[in-house]
Design a protein around this ligand. Structure first.
Ligand code: HMG
Ligand code: MG
Length: 298
Protein backbone atom coordinates (compact mmCIF):
# COMPACT_ATOMS: atom_id res chain seq x y z
CA UNK A 1 0.00 0.00 0.00
CA UNK A 2 0.95 3.67 -0.14
CA UNK A 3 2.37 5.59 2.84
CA UNK A 4 0.07 7.81 4.93
CA UNK A 5 2.65 10.58 5.09
CA UNK A 6 5.51 11.72 2.88
CA UNK A 7 8.35 14.19 3.48
CA UNK A 8 9.33 16.47 0.65
CA UNK A 9 13.04 17.29 0.55
CA UNK A 10 13.06 20.57 -1.39
CA UNK A 11 16.19 21.04 -3.53
CA UNK A 12 15.17 24.14 -5.53
CA UNK A 13 17.64 26.61 -3.98
CA UNK A 14 20.55 24.20 -4.57
CA UNK A 15 19.92 21.78 -7.45
CA UNK A 16 17.43 24.22 -8.93
CA UNK A 17 19.76 27.20 -9.10
CA UNK A 18 23.28 25.70 -9.41
CA UNK A 19 23.15 25.55 -13.20
CA UNK A 20 21.73 29.03 -13.86
CA UNK A 21 24.21 30.82 -16.12
CA UNK A 22 23.36 34.36 -15.00
CA UNK A 23 24.37 35.36 -11.48
CA UNK A 24 21.29 35.39 -9.26
CA UNK A 25 21.49 38.06 -6.54
CA UNK A 26 22.01 36.61 -3.06
CA UNK A 27 18.94 38.53 -1.88
CA UNK A 28 16.77 36.65 -4.40
CA UNK A 29 18.05 33.29 -3.17
CA UNK A 30 17.41 34.30 0.43
CA UNK A 31 13.89 35.55 -0.32
CA UNK A 32 13.16 32.30 -2.19
CA UNK A 33 14.35 30.14 0.74
CA UNK A 34 12.36 32.24 3.21
CA UNK A 35 9.23 31.71 1.08
CA UNK A 36 9.87 27.96 1.13
CA UNK A 37 10.17 28.06 4.92
CA UNK A 38 6.83 29.88 5.05
CA UNK A 39 5.26 27.21 2.84
CA UNK A 40 5.90 24.53 5.46
CA UNK A 41 8.81 22.52 4.06
CA UNK A 42 10.71 20.63 6.76
CA UNK A 43 13.80 20.08 4.59
CA UNK A 44 15.23 22.77 2.33
CA UNK A 45 18.60 22.15 0.68
CA UNK A 46 19.84 25.70 0.74
CA UNK A 47 23.14 25.82 -1.18
CA UNK A 48 26.49 24.05 -1.76
CA UNK A 49 29.92 24.53 -0.21
CA UNK A 50 31.63 23.32 -3.39
CA UNK A 51 34.42 24.94 -5.38
CA UNK A 52 33.19 28.25 -6.84
CA UNK A 53 35.39 27.49 -9.87
CA UNK A 54 33.24 24.45 -10.54
CA UNK A 55 29.86 25.94 -9.61
CA UNK A 56 30.14 29.75 -9.66
CA UNK A 57 26.42 30.30 -9.10
CA UNK A 58 26.64 29.02 -5.51
CA UNK A 59 29.78 30.94 -4.63
CA UNK A 60 27.72 32.99 -2.17
CA UNK A 61 26.90 29.98 0.06
CA UNK A 62 28.27 31.65 3.17
CA UNK A 63 26.18 34.81 2.66
CA UNK A 64 23.03 32.81 1.85
CA UNK A 65 23.38 30.76 5.04
CA UNK A 66 23.99 33.92 7.08
CA UNK A 67 20.93 35.72 5.75
CA UNK A 68 18.12 33.17 5.57
CA UNK A 69 15.49 33.12 8.31
CA UNK A 70 15.86 29.77 10.01
CA UNK A 71 12.78 28.15 11.45
CA UNK A 72 14.02 26.00 14.37
CA UNK A 73 12.02 22.94 13.25
CA UNK A 74 13.30 23.13 9.67
CA UNK A 75 16.55 21.58 8.41
CA UNK A 76 18.62 23.55 5.87
CA UNK A 77 21.15 21.00 4.56
CA UNK A 78 24.01 22.03 2.28
CA UNK A 79 25.99 20.00 -0.25
CA UNK A 80 29.59 19.27 0.72
CA UNK A 81 32.20 17.61 -1.57
CA UNK A 82 35.24 17.47 0.74
CA UNK A 83 36.73 18.64 4.04
CA UNK A 84 37.09 22.21 2.79
CA UNK A 85 33.35 22.25 2.07
CA UNK A 86 32.60 20.79 5.48
CA UNK A 87 34.60 23.56 7.16
CA UNK A 88 32.48 26.15 5.36
CA UNK A 89 29.29 24.29 6.19
CA UNK A 90 30.14 23.97 9.90
CA UNK A 91 31.09 27.65 10.09
CA UNK A 92 27.69 28.51 8.61
CA UNK A 93 26.00 26.77 11.52
CA UNK A 94 24.10 24.25 9.46
CA UNK A 95 22.68 21.16 11.15
CA UNK A 96 22.90 18.85 8.17
CA UNK A 97 25.21 18.25 5.20
CA UNK A 98 24.80 16.12 2.08
CA UNK A 99 27.60 14.18 0.40
CA UNK A 100 27.23 13.00 -3.20
CA UNK A 101 28.74 9.89 -4.71
CA UNK A 102 27.88 8.30 -8.05
CA UNK A 103 27.08 4.82 -9.35
CA UNK A 104 29.06 5.69 -12.50
CA UNK A 105 32.86 6.10 -12.66
CA UNK A 106 32.80 8.56 -15.55
CA UNK A 107 30.20 10.76 -13.92
CA UNK A 108 32.16 10.76 -10.66
CA UNK A 109 35.26 12.03 -12.50
CA UNK A 110 33.34 14.70 -14.38
CA UNK A 111 31.39 15.90 -11.37
CA UNK A 112 33.90 15.73 -8.51
CA UNK A 113 37.18 14.95 -10.27
CA UNK A 114 37.87 11.59 -8.60
CA UNK A 115 36.91 7.93 -8.80
CA UNK A 116 33.94 6.50 -6.92
CA UNK A 117 36.24 4.77 -4.40
CA UNK A 118 38.28 7.91 -3.83
CA UNK A 119 35.08 9.87 -3.31
CA UNK A 120 33.80 7.38 -0.75
CA UNK A 121 37.08 7.65 1.19
CA UNK A 122 36.80 11.43 1.09
CA UNK A 123 33.15 11.37 2.17
CA UNK A 124 33.90 9.04 5.03
CA UNK A 125 36.25 11.64 6.50
CA UNK A 126 33.59 14.28 5.98
CA UNK A 127 30.95 12.09 7.66
CA UNK A 128 33.13 11.27 10.68
CA UNK A 129 33.87 14.95 11.35
CA UNK A 130 30.31 16.08 10.65
CA UNK A 131 28.83 13.50 12.99
CA UNK A 132 31.40 14.39 15.66
CA UNK A 133 30.21 18.00 15.37
CA UNK A 134 26.59 16.89 15.84
CA UNK A 135 25.70 17.48 12.20
CA UNK A 136 23.55 14.97 10.33
CA UNK A 137 24.79 13.54 7.04
CA UNK A 138 22.68 12.64 4.03
CA UNK A 139 24.01 10.76 1.02
CA UNK A 140 23.22 10.90 -2.68
CA UNK A 141 23.82 8.24 -5.30
CA UNK A 142 23.96 10.02 -8.65
CA UNK A 143 23.28 8.14 -11.88
CA UNK A 144 21.46 5.41 -9.95
CA UNK A 145 19.61 4.25 -13.07
CA UNK A 146 21.41 5.93 -15.97
CA UNK A 147 24.51 7.94 -16.79
CA UNK A 148 25.05 10.53 -19.52
CA UNK A 149 28.42 8.90 -20.34
CA UNK A 150 27.93 5.22 -19.55
CA UNK A 151 24.26 4.66 -20.34
CA UNK A 152 22.34 2.10 -18.28
CA UNK A 153 23.64 1.48 -14.77
CA UNK A 154 23.58 -1.91 -13.06
CA UNK A 155 21.11 -1.75 -10.12
CA UNK A 156 23.67 -3.59 -8.00
CA UNK A 157 26.25 -0.82 -8.60
CA UNK A 158 23.79 1.79 -7.33
CA UNK A 159 22.86 -0.35 -4.31
CA UNK A 160 26.55 -0.91 -3.43
CA UNK A 161 27.23 2.83 -3.28
CA UNK A 162 24.10 3.31 -1.14
CA UNK A 163 25.39 0.69 1.30
CA UNK A 164 28.78 2.43 1.51
CA UNK A 165 27.08 5.75 2.27
CA UNK A 166 24.88 4.20 4.94
CA UNK A 167 27.89 2.47 6.53
CA UNK A 168 29.76 5.76 6.86
CA UNK A 169 26.82 7.18 8.81
CA UNK A 170 24.39 8.72 6.34
CA UNK A 171 20.96 8.69 8.01
CA UNK A 172 19.31 8.56 4.57
CA UNK A 173 20.49 7.89 1.03
CA UNK A 174 18.80 9.59 -1.90
CA UNK A 175 18.84 7.51 -5.08
CA UNK A 176 19.11 9.98 -7.94
CA UNK A 177 18.05 9.71 -11.54
CA UNK A 178 20.43 12.54 -12.40
CA UNK A 179 19.47 12.86 -16.05
CA UNK A 180 15.84 11.73 -15.79
CA UNK A 181 16.16 8.71 -18.08
CA UNK A 182 14.56 6.25 -15.66
CA UNK A 183 11.20 4.57 -16.16
CA UNK A 184 9.04 2.79 -13.57
CA UNK A 185 10.70 -0.44 -14.76
CA UNK A 186 14.31 0.70 -14.22
CA UNK A 187 13.33 2.52 -11.01
CA UNK A 188 11.76 -0.65 -9.65
CA UNK A 189 14.84 -2.72 -10.55
CA UNK A 190 17.18 -0.20 -8.89
CA UNK A 191 15.04 0.11 -5.75
CA UNK A 192 14.59 -3.65 -5.50
CA UNK A 193 18.39 -4.04 -5.39
CA UNK A 194 18.73 -1.13 -2.95
CA UNK A 195 15.97 -2.27 -0.60
CA UNK A 196 17.60 -5.68 -0.28
CA UNK A 197 20.27 -3.84 1.68
CA UNK A 198 18.70 -0.69 3.12
CA UNK A 199 15.43 -0.22 5.01
CA UNK A 200 12.86 1.79 3.04
CA UNK A 201 12.85 4.52 5.69
CA UNK A 202 16.58 5.03 4.97
CA UNK A 203 16.03 5.65 1.26
CA UNK A 204 14.79 8.70 -0.68
CA UNK A 205 14.36 9.24 -4.41
CA UNK A 206 15.60 12.20 -6.45
CA UNK A 207 14.08 12.34 -9.91
CA UNK A 208 14.82 14.67 -12.76
CA UNK A 209 12.03 14.96 -15.31
CA UNK A 210 13.90 15.04 -18.62
CA UNK A 211 11.75 12.35 -20.24
CA UNK A 212 8.54 13.19 -18.35
CA UNK A 213 8.73 9.98 -16.31
CA UNK A 214 9.45 11.50 -12.90
CA UNK A 215 5.91 11.31 -11.48
CA UNK A 216 5.49 7.72 -12.64
CA UNK A 217 8.89 6.88 -11.14
CA UNK A 218 7.94 8.52 -7.84
CA UNK A 219 4.67 6.61 -7.69
CA UNK A 220 6.67 3.41 -8.19
CA UNK A 221 8.91 4.39 -5.28
CA UNK A 222 5.92 5.21 -3.04
CA UNK A 223 4.45 1.80 -3.81
CA UNK A 224 7.74 0.26 -2.72
CA UNK A 225 7.61 1.99 0.67
CA UNK A 226 9.73 5.10 0.06
CA UNK A 227 8.49 8.10 2.05
CA UNK A 228 11.01 10.86 1.23
CA UNK A 229 10.83 12.56 -2.15
CA UNK A 230 13.31 15.16 -3.45
CA UNK A 231 11.81 17.81 -5.70
CA UNK A 232 12.26 21.37 -6.80
CA UNK A 233 9.69 24.18 -6.85
CA UNK A 234 8.81 25.19 -10.44
CA UNK A 235 10.81 22.19 -11.69
CA UNK A 236 14.00 24.24 -11.55
CA UNK A 237 17.32 22.63 -12.06
CA UNK A 238 19.93 20.62 -13.83
CA UNK A 239 23.42 19.44 -13.12
CA UNK A 240 26.30 21.24 -14.87
CA UNK A 241 28.19 17.94 -15.21
CA UNK A 242 25.26 15.95 -16.62
CA UNK A 243 24.80 16.79 -20.27
CA UNK A 244 21.12 16.84 -21.24
CA UNK A 245 19.79 16.89 -17.70
CA UNK A 246 16.77 19.12 -17.26
CA UNK A 247 15.10 20.14 -14.04
CA UNK A 248 14.10 18.18 -11.01
CA UNK A 249 10.56 16.91 -10.77
CA UNK A 250 8.42 19.92 -9.82
CA UNK A 251 7.38 20.00 -6.18
CA UNK A 252 3.89 21.18 -7.18
CA UNK A 253 3.46 18.09 -9.39
CA UNK A 254 4.50 15.80 -6.52
CA UNK A 255 2.10 17.55 -4.11
CA UNK A 256 -0.73 17.14 -6.61
CA UNK A 257 0.05 13.42 -6.89
CA UNK A 258 0.10 13.06 -3.07
CA UNK A 259 -3.13 15.07 -2.66
CA UNK A 260 -4.85 12.74 -5.11
CA UNK A 261 -4.24 9.88 -2.68
CA UNK A 262 -4.81 11.96 0.45
CA UNK A 263 -1.19 11.38 1.49
CA UNK A 264 -0.18 13.94 4.16
CA UNK A 265 2.76 16.28 3.43
CA UNK A 266 2.17 19.38 5.56
CA UNK A 267 2.91 21.86 2.77
CA UNK A 268 0.72 24.80 1.75
CA UNK A 269 0.25 24.63 -2.03
CA UNK A 270 -0.77 28.31 -2.34
CA UNK A 271 2.42 29.37 -0.57
CA UNK A 272 4.43 27.06 -2.85
CA UNK A 273 2.82 28.73 -5.86
CA UNK A 274 3.89 32.14 -4.57
CA UNK A 275 7.48 30.92 -4.19
CA UNK A 276 7.29 29.28 -7.59
CA UNK A 277 6.09 32.43 -9.35
CA UNK A 278 8.62 34.53 -7.46
CA UNK A 279 11.60 32.48 -8.58
CA UNK A 280 10.33 31.94 -12.14
CA UNK A 281 9.90 35.70 -12.55
CA UNK A 282 13.30 36.38 -10.99
CA UNK A 283 14.92 34.01 -13.49
CA UNK A 284 12.79 35.39 -16.31
CA UNK A 285 11.46 32.06 -17.44
CA UNK A 286 8.08 30.34 -17.68
CA UNK A 287 7.08 28.26 -14.68
CA UNK A 288 8.39 24.72 -15.25
CA UNK A 289 5.62 23.00 -13.28
CA UNK A 290 2.56 21.93 -15.23
CA UNK A 291 0.54 21.80 -12.02
CA UNK A 292 1.62 25.34 -11.10
CA UNK A 293 0.71 26.62 -14.56
CA UNK A 294 -2.72 24.97 -14.35
CA UNK A 295 -3.45 26.19 -10.82
CA UNK A 296 -2.25 29.73 -11.56
CA UNK A 297 -4.50 29.89 -14.62
CA UNK A 298 -7.65 29.13 -12.59
P1 HMG B 1 39.42 19.69 -7.63
O1 HMG B 1 39.77 20.74 -8.62
O2 HMG B 1 39.89 18.29 -7.84
O3 HMG B 1 39.75 20.18 -6.13
O4 HMG B 1 37.82 19.69 -7.52
P2 HMG B 1 41.08 20.55 -5.41
O5 HMG B 1 40.99 19.99 -4.03
O6 HMG B 1 42.27 20.22 -6.26
O7 HMG B 1 40.96 22.14 -5.29
C1 HMG B 1 41.02 22.99 -6.41
C2 HMG B 1 40.63 24.40 -6.00
O8 HMG B 1 39.28 24.45 -5.55
C3 HMG B 1 41.46 24.96 -4.86
O9 HMG B 1 41.53 26.35 -5.05
C4 HMG B 1 40.62 24.67 -3.66
O10 HMG B 1 40.87 25.55 -2.60
C5 HMG B 1 39.22 24.90 -4.19
P3 HMG B 1 42.86 27.04 -5.67
O11 HMG B 1 43.98 26.58 -4.76
O12 HMG B 1 42.99 26.48 -7.07
O13 HMG B 1 42.54 28.52 -5.62
N1 HMG B 1 38.21 24.11 -3.47
C6 HMG B 1 37.13 24.62 -2.85
N2 HMG B 1 36.68 25.88 -2.70
C7 HMG B 1 35.56 26.06 -1.97
N3 HMG B 1 34.86 25.05 -1.42
C8 HMG B 1 35.28 23.79 -1.54
C9 HMG B 1 36.46 23.53 -2.28
N4 HMG B 1 37.14 22.42 -2.59
C10 HMG B 1 38.21 22.78 -3.30
N5 HMG B 1 34.57 22.80 -0.99
C11 HMG B 1 35.88 19.39 -6.16
C12 HMG B 1 37.17 18.79 -6.65
C13 HMG B 1 35.10 18.29 -5.47
C14 HMG B 1 36.21 20.50 -5.16
C15 HMG B 1 35.12 19.99 -7.35
O14 HMG B 1 35.04 19.02 -8.36
C16 HMG B 1 33.73 20.43 -6.99
O15 HMG B 1 33.52 21.36 -6.23
N6 HMG B 1 32.71 19.77 -7.54
C17 HMG B 1 31.32 20.05 -7.24
C18 HMG B 1 30.49 19.80 -8.43
C19 HMG B 1 29.05 20.07 -8.11
O16 HMG B 1 28.70 20.82 -7.20
N7 HMG B 1 28.17 19.46 -8.91
C20 HMG B 1 26.78 19.66 -8.78
C21 HMG B 1 26.21 19.04 -7.55
S1 HMG B 1 25.96 17.27 -7.69
C22 HMG B 1 24.39 17.13 -8.37
O17 HMG B 1 23.82 18.08 -8.82
C23 HMG B 1 23.73 15.78 -8.31
C24 HMG B 1 22.62 15.68 -7.27
O18 HMG B 1 21.61 16.66 -7.48
C25 HMG B 1 21.96 14.31 -7.32
C26 HMG B 1 21.64 13.93 -8.76
O19 HMG B 1 20.72 14.53 -9.36
O20 HMG B 1 22.36 13.05 -9.25
C27 HMG B 1 23.19 15.87 -5.83
MG1 MG C 1 19.99 16.49 -8.93
Amino acid sequence: GLPARVTIYEVGPRDGLQNEPKKIPTAVKVAFIDMLTAAGFQKIEATSFVSPKWVPQLGDAKEVMAKIRREPSVSYPVLVPNMQGLAGALASGCGEVAVFAAASETFSRRNINCSVDESLKRFEKVAVDALAAGVRVRGYVSCAVGCPYEGKIDPKAAADVAVALQEMGCYEVSMADTIGVGTPASMEAMLTATLRQLRPDKVAVHCHDTYGMAIANILTALQMGITVIDSSVAGLGGCPYARGATGNVATEDVLYLLDGYGIQHGIDMDAVLRASEYISNALGRPNGSRVARALLAR
